[in-house]
Every structure is written in structure tokens, then in C-alpha cells.
Design a protein around this ligand. Structure first.
Ligand SMILES: *Cc1c(COP(=O)(O)O)cnc(C)c1O
Length: 339
């Protein structure tokens, strides 16, 4: 089976497991695990932020960011197809008392759609406390919001709306590799940034939330309250450090594989719409005659696992555990499944 359902399916490489086995560890809750501290410093420095905090999952990282900025009983601007809105079981409402103010109208948030979502001032209408960005954007097929647009959105959020920004950067690594824009330049467009190690970087789990020292002090409280204080977590942080060291640059291979797969499918099947990938995710929109359940089942029979995004869309994701040859084989099998 070639598993292209997600870039989360990767298993730690032998070298990563070695790094984990050899990690220097301590009790992170009591006095800081040395490997966790090293990872936090590395991530803060890469993102150009004062500090970073290691959390077990990206979802918890987003929850910490929303905790820091959100005020109970207010709104959070978020794209209607964002991870925070659709895939975190309403954590923003359940944990922070925030209601999403949906930004609609384009595959990813833009200055124009953000501006259009602003409510006319009224003493009867909700106020907002935070703006959420997502880069790359999962639901839009790993789409990159380029720096110029992100800066324009950040300027509007901070200047006109006077609101802080949380960036869901689970795949910010991919945006960096695809564009050459530095991680710090992207991160400067937000007050807190979540980055994940368990997607393209291939770690078994883990994420960081980064920001100012004051914000990370508050994020620490949120993590503790959410049950995310961890002990010898250096064993996992070592995997993240290994991923940063050895798997960041190679994301370009995943992007090239995704581009090739998209081209093979677009060439091979007349009536599907392939969203041209910016990074490692290929979204395929299905014609009338097909539904996602049928396509994923047929692909599975041909030895390829892909995911049903919704009834008329399937998602194919390139990653560390799928070589160029694997992706080529999968692309031809998918042509057959789609035909
Ligand atoms: C995967 C993902 C998350 C959540 O990360 P987990 O570690 O699975 O909790 C958040 N945002 C985006 C865009 C993601 O793709």
C-alpha cells in the first residue's frame, strides 16, 4: 500500500529513532527538559520570536494561541475552511468561549475577504478579540498565502481592527520551502504562531507555539490547564529537532512529487479538476459521475490510500515515506481509479 492520505502517516526513520533514544532528558514540568529547552530555543530563533513552548499537538498549540488572545464571549475571525473552524471540534468555543466570525469567499483568507467580514459597528453586535490565519492552508490544498498578502492582512488586523493575530502554521515549513520567504518574515505577521513537527518533518508528534515572552507565559498556563505539561518530553523533542535538521530542506521533494502527480492526473483524466499544488497537497475535484467514497475504495484496491475530503473532493498528500517512484506509481493507479 502507498499511503498518501496525509503527511501525518510518516513513521520515524531509523536515524530519528536513534536521536530519540539518545536524547538527554529531564523533568520538563519540574525544571525543564534540556532537549525540550533546546527545541524551544531553536524554534523561537527560526521564527524570530522571543520564546516558544513545546506542546503535544498542533490542536493544543492553536488552543494555547486562542487562549492567549481570545476574550470569552467575543469573536475570532477565521476562514470558513480553516482547521481551527472545521477540525478542532469547536475548541475555540468549547475552551475559550469564542464564536468564529467566518471569513468567506476565496480558497484562503485575503485582505479583501477579511475586510468584507468586518461587522458594521453596533452596540448589539459581537466584538472580536483575535484574527486567525492559516499558512499553508490545508483545506485549500496546501495553498501558500504569499508574504505580501499576509503582511497586508496583518496590517489591517493590527492597524484598523486593533486585534492580535494567531497563525496556524502547522505547515509553515512548506510555505517557507516553496517560496524561499524566511520563517521569521512569515511569523512577523502574527503575534503567536503554531508550527507542527508531525506533518512534513516526520516526527511522531509535537508542535510549538511561539510568541513574545509575555504571551508564552500565558500559553504555559493554558498548556498546563489543558493537561499538556509533560515530563521527559525531550524524547519527543529530539525527534522534532532531528526533523528540523534533516527533513526541512527535503520538503521540496514532496512539492515536486505533488506537482508531478497533479500533472499526471490532469493529463490522464479529462473530467476532473486538479487544484494545482503550491506545496505537498493535491486536491482533486470530482465530476458528476464520481463520488469520493467510490474513488477512495477503487484506489485502495489498486494499492493506494487517499482521503475523501468531502463527497466531491479527494485529497492526496506527498510526504517523507513516499518516494518519487511511489508517487509516480500512485499517480498512474489514481488515473485508473478516476477513469
Ligand atoms: C494537522 C493540523 C493541525 C493540528 O495538528 P495536530 O497535531 O493534528 O493536532 C492544525 N492546523 C492545521 C492546518 C493542520 O494541518
Amino acid at each position: 500500500m502507498i499511503d498518501l492520505r496525509s503527511d501525518t502517516v510518516t513513521r520515524p526513520t531509523a536515524a530519528m529513532r536513534r536521536a530519540m533514544a539518545e536524547a538527554e532528558v529531564g523533568d520538563d514540568v519540574l525544571d525543564g527538559d534540556p532537549t525540550v529547552l533546546a527545541l524551544q530555543e531553536r524554534v523561537a530563533s527560526l521564527l524570530g520570536k522571543e520564546r516558544a513552548l513545546f506542546v503535544p499537538t498542533g490542536t493544543m498549540g492553536n488552543a494555547c494561541g486562542l487562549w492567549v488572545h481570545g476574550r470569552h464571549g467575543t469573536e475570532a475571525y477565521a476562514h470558513d475552511d480553516s482547521h481551527i473552524v472545521n477540525w478542532e471540534i469547536a475548541g475555540l468555543a468549547g475552551l475559550r468561549g469564542l464564536q468564529p466570525r467566518m471569513v468567506r469567499g476565496a480558497p484562503v483568507m485575503t485582505l479583501e475577504t477579511l475586510r468584507a467580514a468586518v461587522r458594521p459597528a453596533s452596540k448589539h453586535a459581537p466584538t472580536a478579540s483575535v484574527v486567525c490565519f492559516e499558512n499553508t492552508h490545508n483545506g485549500a490544498g496546501g495553498m501558500v498565502t504569499p508574504l505580501a498578502e499576509l503582511r497586508a492582512m496583518a496590517g489591517f488586523a493590527r492597524g484598523t481592527l486593533k486585534l492580535p493575530i494567531h497563525l496556524d502554521g502547522a505547515r509553515l515549513w512548506n510555505a517557507h520551502i516553496a517560496t524561499g520567504t524566511s520563517l521569521a518574515d512569515f511569523a512577523a505577521c502574527a503575534d503567536t504562531v503554531m508550527v507542527s513537527f508531525s506533518k512534513g518533518l516526520g516526527a511522531p508528534l509535537g508542535a510549538c507555539v511561539a510568541g513574545s515572552a509575555a504571551h508564552i507565559d500565558e500559553a504555559f498556563v493554558a498548556r498546563k490547564r489543558l493537561g499538556g505539561g509533560m515530563r521527559q518530553s525531550g524524547i519527543v523533542a529530539a525527534a522534532a529537532l532531528h526533523g528540523l535538521e534533516h527533513h526541512l530542506g527535503r520538503l521540496a521533494e514532496d512539492h515536486a512529487n505533488a506537482t508531478r502527480l497533479a500533472a499526471i492526473i490532469a493529463d490522464g483524466v479529462e473530467d476532473v479538476q486538479v487544484v494545482p499544488p503550491d506545496t505537498n497537497i493535491v486536491m482533486i475535484d470530482l465530476p458528476e459521475r464520481l463520488d469520493a467514497g467510490t474513488v477512495t475504495a477503487h484506489a485502495r484496491e489498486l494499492g493506494v490510500l487517499i482521503s475523501a475530503w468531502h463527497d466531491k473532493r479527494v485529497r492526496v498528500v506527498c510526504h517523507l515515506d513516499a518516494s518519487a517512484a511511489d508517487v509516480g506509481t500512485a499517480a498512474h493507479a489514481l488515473v485508473q481509479a478516476l477513469r
